[in-house]
Structure formats: structure tokens, C-alpha cells
Design a protein around this ligand. Structure first.
Ligand SMILES: NC(=O)c1ccc[n+]([C@@H]2O[C@H](COP(=O)([O-])OP(=O)(O)OC[C@H]3O[C@@H](n4cnc5c(N)ncnc54)[C@H](OP(=O)(O)O)[C@@H]3O)[C@@H](O)[C@H]2O)c1
Length: 335
């Protein structure tokens, strides 16, 4: 067993690409899973520094146990990132969202058990934290807060339900099989994109910058359930933002730090829409911004104190916004 061999599921995605990049630069040998070997959408991975010698891609699907088993065999650790993050309404939530998230996670964990990996880091989300109507409105959310599964199901917030069920299942599986499972729960992840296609959270910011705002009351808001359109008024909600490079750093910390346990909220800044617009206007005065904000009861603030105590630091929001926008301009999705 090599100490520094780690598998990253869904390696070609937005978050995972940065995780792979960081692992490679830290001397790890990486097994990355992708759904279609040789597809151009994963070409950026092979161009990463040290990739030619240290990155091996495996074809794997979350619902195909054997494919995961082959990718994870021989690894000391697994970073489970793969999960659908749909940008539009789902026609069959069970098949499109819940199955790959929950059964997929259990398949990954089973393969981890079989390979006797030392630690599995599961990329959850604040979606598994924040949809809890019983949490006192003015209290900052921490890791003790879990999204209410029944509430998510009743309100059909499928992404939130899937991430909540998957994270709970991951910890339960870990307990039953003596597998060391740590979760990282990022907020809205922005920052420069490495992959050639836009993922859902980047698309959300691109649309925001184009003046296409979220129109729904955030009861229905999720990265997977965004209804956007040309809006006259914009809900003044709280954006719990974190830079993708800082998520990758949190993942590495959660993997390497022996003291790490349980779940870690990973949010750098809780910022209301009107302040976000103010910051963006300072950086990019020429873009058009809404002036009209309507009150929203969704103003959850989340704390990353636990992660910070583990040693995590993050960059300033201005840097994240600047680097995101420059990156969108490079791939010509923003003028
Ligand atoms: N971006 C955010 O704001 C955010 C916030 C909190 C948590 N997260 C979590 O971070 C993770 C990555 O999200 P992301 O933003 O990087 O999204 P992304 O770019 O869409 O990445 C998702 C990855 O999952 C893979 N995948 C989906 N279904 C799969 C299946 N059935 N089998 C194998 N692979 C599958 C995709 O593979 P293909 O490339 O083949 O489609 C893709 O590589 C997810 O677990 C998400 O819940 C993201």
C-alpha cells in the first residue's frame, strides 16, 4: 500500500479538478474517476503539472460498483466528490439525483472498505446543513445543524435532500464498518474554472453578472433548483461563499490532519445580495446591477470556526470575485 495514492471521484468537475491539482502538487499519486475516458471535457486534467507521471484516469460511474472498486484499489485514501449538481428542474429526482448521490456514495464507501483505505473525505454541502426550519433564525449555523429531510422532501428540494441523505448515510456506513469518514460542507463555490464547461455554481455567478437574477424565494433555491430570469427586483438573501481553491485546501487538510473528525462547514464569507452587488460594482463598475432588493427571510449565516481551528485559512472575497470573472472572460462566457 502506498501512503500517497489517493482516488478522487468525478475528477473532471469544478471542485474535483482543483482537488486533483492540489494533490498532484503535494506529491500525491492520483486515481481520478471520469465517466468517459478520452472525452475532451477532461483534457485539462492531463495538462496539470505532474499529471503525466502521477495522474491515472479510470472510467467509473457511481452506480457501477465494480468500476469504483477498480479505481479505488491500492489507494490509501479517497476524496469522494462526484455527485450530480443539476442547474435546472429534474424530471425524475429519484433517478437523476437521489440514486447517484446516496447509492453512489455507499458504493464508493463499500469500495473504500474493500480496499482498506485509511480515510475517506466526502464532499457534502451546506445544503445538508441549512434547510432546517427549526433552527433559530438569528443563530449562526454550525455543524450541529442538519437539513430536515422531511422538510426537503415535502418542499421538493431534491439536491438538499440528496446531499443530506448521502452525508448521513456516509457517517452511518463509516460507523458500522470502522471506516474513517470526514465530511467537508462547502457553501457556494466560486473561483477560477479549470474545466472547459461551466458547472452550476459558476453559471449562477455568470448569470448574476449578466443581470439574470435568481427570482425564486430561496425556499426553492438550491444550486440544483435555480429559477432565474430577468428580474426587476432581487431577493436580498445571504450568499455563503467560498473559493474553490480554499475548498481544495480544506479537503487536503481534512484528509491529512489526523485530528479531523465529523463534518466541517467550509464558508469564507456570508454576504447579503446588496453587499455582494456593492463589492462587484466597486470591482467592475461597467457591468449592470440591480438597484432593487426585496427582503428575503433566507439570511442564514454559517460558521467555519471548526475548520479554522483545524488550521484552515481562506482568501478574501474580492480575490475570489476578481479571479472568477477573469476566468469567465478567458473562456468567453462573459464579455
Ligand atoms: N459548486 C458548489 O457550489 C458546491 C457547493 C457545495 C458542495 N458541492 C459539491 O461538490 C461536488 C462537486 O460539485 P461541482 O460544483 O464541482 O460540480 P461539477 O463540476 O458538476 O462536478 C460534478 C462531478 O460529478 C460527476 N458525476 C455526476 N454524476 C455522476 C455519476 N453518476 N457517476 C460518476 N460521476 C458523476 C460529474 O461527472 P461528469 O463530468 O462526467 O458529468 C462531475 O465530474 C458535488 O458533490 C457537490 O454537491 C458543490
Amino acid at each position: 500500500m502506498e501512503k500517497k495514492r489517493v482516488c478522487v471521484t468525478g475528477a473532471g468537475g469544478f471542485v474535483a479538478s482543483w482537488v486533483v491539482k492540489l494533490l498532484l502538487s503535494n506529491g500525491y499519486i492520483v486515481h481520478g474517476t471520469v465517466r468517459k475516458l478520452g472525452d475532451q471535457k477532461y483534457a485539462h486534467l492531463n495538462k496539470l503539472e505532474r499529471a503525466p507521471a502521477n495522474l491515472k484516469l479510470f472510467k467509473a460511474d457511481l452506480l457501477d460498483y465494480d468500476s469504483l472498486r477498480l479505481a479505488i484499489a491500492g489507494c490509501a485514501g479517497v476524496i469522494h466528490v462526484a455527485c450530480p449538481v443539476p442547474a435546472s428542474a429534474l424530471t425524475n429526482p429519484e433517478v437523476e439525483m437521489l440514486e447517484p448521490a446516496i447509492k453512489g456514495t455507499l458504493n464508493v464507501l463499500k469500495a473504500c472498505s474493500e480496499a482498506k483505505v485509511k480515510r475517506t473525505v466526502y464532499i457534502s454541502s451546506i445544503a445538508a446543513v441549512m434547510m432546517n426550519p427549526k433552527w433559530p433564525k438569528d443563530r449562526v449555523m454550525d455543524e450541529t445543524c442538519w437539513s430536515d429531510k422531511e422538510y426537503c422532501r415535502a418542499t421538493e428540494i431534491w439536491y438538499y435532500l440528496a446531499k443530506t441523505e448521502a452525508e448521513r448515510a456516509a457517517f452511518e456506513y463509516g460507523k458500522q464498518h470502522q471506516l474513517d469518514v470526514v465530511a467537508v460542507n462547502p457553501g457556494y463555490v466560486f473561483g477560477p474554472v479549470l474545466q472547459p464547461t461551466l458547472n452550476t455554481s459558476s453559471l449562477l455567478l455568470v448569470n448574476f453578472l449578466k443581470g439574470i437574477y435568481i427570482q425564486t424565494e430561496p425556499a426553492n433555491l438550491s444550486l440544483a433548483n435555480v429559477i432565474i430570469g430577468e428580474a426587476d427586483s432581487v431577493p436580498n438573501m445571504c450568499w455563503n461563499i467560498v473559493d474553490v481553491r480554499d475548498v481544495a485546501a480544506a479537503v487536503l487538510l481534512a484528509y491529512e490532519e489526523s485530528k479531523a473528525e465529523g463534518r466541517y462547514i467550509c464558508v469564507a464569507e456570508n454576504i447579503m445580495t446588496d453587499y455582494l452587488v456593492k463589492k462587484l460594482r466597486n470591482l467592475y463598475p461597467d457591468l449592470s446591477y440591480s438597484e432593487n432588493f426585496i427582503e428575503s427571510k433566507y439570511a442564514y449565516r454559517l460558521s467555519s470556526e471548526k475548520l479554522q481551528k483545524l488550521g484552515w485559512t481562506h482568501r478574501l472575497l474580492e480575490e475570489t470575485l476578481l479571479d472568477s470573472i477573469e476566468s469567465y472572460r478567458e473562456v468567453a462566457v462573459l464579455d
